[in-house]
Write a protein that binds this ligand. Structure first.
Ligand code: ZN
Length: 315
């Protein structure tokens, strides 16, 4: 009996080690955000207006000025012959001077995205929005995304409704990605190459599947955990104490304190000499190529690619 208990303990410990293998250094970006539903009323957010509100600030992107619109990525989604090659080898734009920093906003668009856009436009800076497919297809939110794109911001997919890919079948993940990219493409005309996994969580199987489908994985290296603390001061101080060249910062355009923090962060970072770029621009600057299946974090991190599980662990 004792041997049996011992064996059981050893086995469960072994299981825990295996299970935590990929999650040990992963920060969960929004673990306590309630489950999103892709149908029915969404009580988590305030209703959105159908038109963008009158900008309280002067517009910063006059027509005909050079606005950066990303090129459509070279993705063959015919699913017959998948071409896997680096998406880009050269930055396609003139980078602004100074140390670079990239703000990324997950889980929108929401009504608060409009406030974030007001702030970005006022300071004439750009950011990246990692959007949920089920929010993109909401007609009332379309003007928000179009306004973001017209302002030179980048749109990145963040799944259809924020389910954890690790717990989904390959077929379900493929459908999720296809639906999300279709929704984005229908609105803005291109399919993002970058994908930010829900909760930032992937495993080897998911990463291989993302590679096969032509997606590069966008993580972050600076996380003020706005989803957890919901405290503008904390978010502001956390970023200001750590900000350095190459940072990709994780934020969420669904929390009011995040908006308050961003209102203070952008002028402070500009004053400190930072220039704001989108996630793709940052990756191009830091790494050159952006290749499907690789994980990009920014900051001091090199791109990584998970090694396959050793043979003895494979099912
Ligand atoms: Zn998220």
């Amino acid at each position: 009996m004792k041997i049996f208990v011992l064996l059981l303990t050893v086995l469960s410990l072994f299981g825990m080690i295996l299970f935590s293998r990929r999650n040990s250094d992963i920060q969960y970006d929004d673990i306590n955000v309630p489950t999103y539903s892709d149908s029915g009323p969404d009580l988590l957010y305030m209703p959105l207006t159908t038109e963008p509100p009158e900008a309280p600030y002067p517009p910063c992107f006059p027509e005909n000025e050079n606005i950066y619109i990303p090129e459509p990525p070279m993705i063959d989604d015919s699913q017959e012959e998948m071409i896997i090659e680096p998406v880009s080898t050269q930055p396609r734009f003139n980078l602004p001077p100074g140390p670079l920093i990239a703000l990324t906003f997950d889980d929108g668009p929401s009504s608060l995205t409009l406030k974030i856009l007001d702030i970005l436009e006022y300071h004439n800076v750009r950011a990246t929005f990692c959007v949920l497919g089920n929010r993109v297809v909401d007609q009332s939110r379309a003007p928000t995304i179009l306004r973001a794109v017209n302002g030179g911001n980048e749109i990145v997919g963040h799944s259809w409704n924020h389910r954890n890919f690790v717990h989904m079948t390959n077929e379900a993940i493929e459908a999720d990605l296809r639906n999300t990219s279709d929704a984005i493409e229908a609105l803005i005309g291109y399919r993002p190459t970058l994908f930010r996994p829900p909760f930032g969580v992937t495993d080897y199987r998911v990463e291989m599947l993302l590679e096969e489908l032509g997606y590069a994985i966008l993580h972050w290296n600076l996380d003020p955990r706005d989803w957890e603390n919901r405290d503008a001061n904390h978010i502001y101080e956390h970023v200001m104490h750590r900000a350095s060249h190459g940072d990709i910062i994780l934020l969420h355009d669904i929390f009011e304190p995040t908006v308050e923090a961003v209102k203070r962060l952008i002028p402070s970072l500009l004053e400190s000499g930072f220039s704001f770029v989108t996630a793709s621009e940052m990756l191009w600057y830091l790494y050159g190529d952006i290749a499907p299946g690789w994980i990009y974090k920014g900051g001091e991190y090199e791109p990584i690619r998970t090694d396959p599980l050793p043979m003895e662990y494979e099912q």
